[in-house]
Design a protein around this ligand. Structure first.
Ligand code: F0G
Length: 488
């Protein structure tokens, strides 16, 4: 007999949709909010790139959820029993068991993080001229495919790029366009189709099980593999349960097993999916496993530790299981949805419906007076840091590499991502984020554009440096000071 589920959400008598936390705080880290004058200096020192800020100048770090989700007491306790052996570690066996239980896959290749898994996969399958259809690219996934001579072909639905939408599955792939791509490029040039769970760069948006089933049928007809990037899979599974017909009463575990059974290869960033470190590739095909595994000792470490401290394998094993606990996995999407809905009520353009990972503000609309060539999303991150001490991440044109001729590639969406790492911030901190964003929206005409002064050729957003096109940062800080007086 099915046990009665203790999961779900608590409804408030006052009718408000408040995300109630199902955890309590045991260990804390102090943070501070430096004055606006220091924030202005700090962003200048960081070359107007939020990656280059130092955390003692940051109040709420909403750069990413990668490696920053809170860990559970069980995860931390499991780290003490780690078997730190170079080869044949028992911790690896426990990690394998967890992967089998959660994804239903027998063969596991550990890697030091998600992009290392992408490196191994690209080296194994991608050749000069390969084409990889995907629901949307991720920065590191694309870089690895391109370094091997291949390219991504993004096949999304028309809904994906609508900022304000009620479409529940903006991460879906357009099946007719996929069929056409296979006809155009030939299945022999398509080593695999890549589906990304909770599609990161379009606002953490999920795909539906129905869509994945359709893709499976197409892939089978043409003998093409499906690779799932499962870095944000827990949230995608949760959103299927919330939004897709027929899954309301299904457990997250059963939804994930069904999803996995439709994919030949699954890889993930342990930093995201399991609140630990590391990453892995898993499959049920011995042939695929054998094709990849010999690269591990060359690039990562031995097959039973994959380049990370073994205690992290223990934490990953536990973290994967906890991903299937609805109270764990729904915390971030519920905060995001709260934030997105509140910002929408204030007229601030945000990606709707709220998805996974973070709340995504549409910088293109927010700063409609700044052309894409002057990086509106980058400018919004810098301006918002100055007025709040909150660090977000640019997910727009700055995050795209230039084309072969050295021209900028304008992003489909200019987004400021405010990540909501799992179980890290409180609702009053989220209220502060909303409040300062509201102030900035009322003062948005003060914000100007940016230009690169130091630009690496690949993944420039990580370490590139920029400067403002005018003295707008000083004017913005002065207005802040005059409106808020001596308040931080
Ligand atoms: N795939 C997706 C969908 C990701 O979001 C990330 C990382 C990776 C792969 C690479 O994993 O960082 O462990 O090497 N995303 C982080 C972010 C960096 O902030 O969105 P990694």
């Amino acid at each position: 007999m099915e046990k009665i589920s203790t999961k779900g959400t608590v409804r408030f008598f006052n009718g408000k949709d408040i995300p109630l936390e199902m955890h309590k705080v045991k260990v804390v880290q102090s943070i501070s909010l430096v004055p606006v004058e220091r924030r202005l200096e700090a962003i200048r020192e960081a070359g107007f790139n939020s990656f280059l800020l130092k955390t003692n100048d940051i109040f709420l770090d909403m750069l990413t959820d990668s490696g920053t989700n809170a860990q559970s007491d069980t995860q931390v306790s499991k780290m003490f029993i780690a078997d730190e052996s170079y080869a044949g570690s028992q911790s690896f066996t426990r990690f394998q068991e967890s992967v089998l239980e959660v994804f239903g896959k027998k063969f596991v290749i550990p890697a030091h993080q998600g992009r290392a898994a992408e490196h191994l996969l690209s080296k194994t399958f991608v050749k000069e001229g390969s084409v990889i259809p995907t629901n949307y690219h991720f920065t590191t996934s694309m870089a690895h495919v391109q370094l091997c001579g291949g390219n991504f072909l993004e096949i999304f639905t028309d809904e994906a790029m609508k900022v304000k939408s009620s479409f529940p599955f903006k991460g879906n792939m357009d099946i007719a366009k996929l069929e056409k791509a296979i006809a155009d490029y030939g299945s022999e040039n398509i080593p695999y189709i890549r589906m990304e769970a909770s599609t990161n760069l379009i606002g953490g948006q999920p795909f539906s099980m129905e869509n994945l089933k359709e893709i499976r049928k197409v892939a089978d007809r043409h003998g093409i593999k499906i690779v799932l990037d499962a870095s944000l899979v827990g949230e995608n599974v949760y959103m299927i349960k919330q939004r897709e017909k027929g899954y309301k009463d299904a457990s997250l575990a059963s939804i994930l097993l069904e999803m996995s059974s439709l994919c030949d290869i699954i890889y993930f960033s342990g930093r995201k999916v399991s609140s630990s470190r590391g990453g892995a590739i898993c499959t049920n095909s011995k042939e695929i496993y054998d094709n990849i595994k010999f690269l591990v000792p060359v690039y990562e470490g031995f097959l039973t530790y994959g380049g990370i401290p073994i205690k992290e394998l223990e934490s990953m094993a536990e973290g994967l299981r906890e991903t299937l606990d609805e109270h764990v996995v729904n915390q971030s999407p519920r905060y995001i949805s709260y934030m997105a809905n509140e910002l929408d009520k204030l007229g601030i353009p945000v990606i709707l419906p709220g998805g996974a990972l973070g709340c995504h503000v549409d910088a293109g609309q927010f700063l409609s007076h700044i052309p894409q060539k002057d990086y509106p999303a980058g400018a919004l991150i810098a301006a918002y840091y100055i007025v709040s001490g909150v660090r977000g991440m640019e997910r727009g044109t700055m995050s795209n590499s230039r084309d072969m001729d050295g021209n900028d590639v304008p992003a489909d969406l200019e987004l400021m991502r405010l990540a909501v790492p799992r179980r890290v911030y409180t609702l009053s901190q989220i209220e502060y984020v909303i409040d300062r964003l509201n102030w900035l929206y009322h003062n948005r005409e003060l914000v100007g554009g940016l230009r690169f002064i130091e630009e690496p050729p690949l993944l420039r957003f990580f370490i590139g440096r920029l400067e403002p096109l005018s003295d707008w940062p000083q004017k913005l800080a002065a207005k802040y000071r005059s409106d808020f007086g001596d308040s931080l």
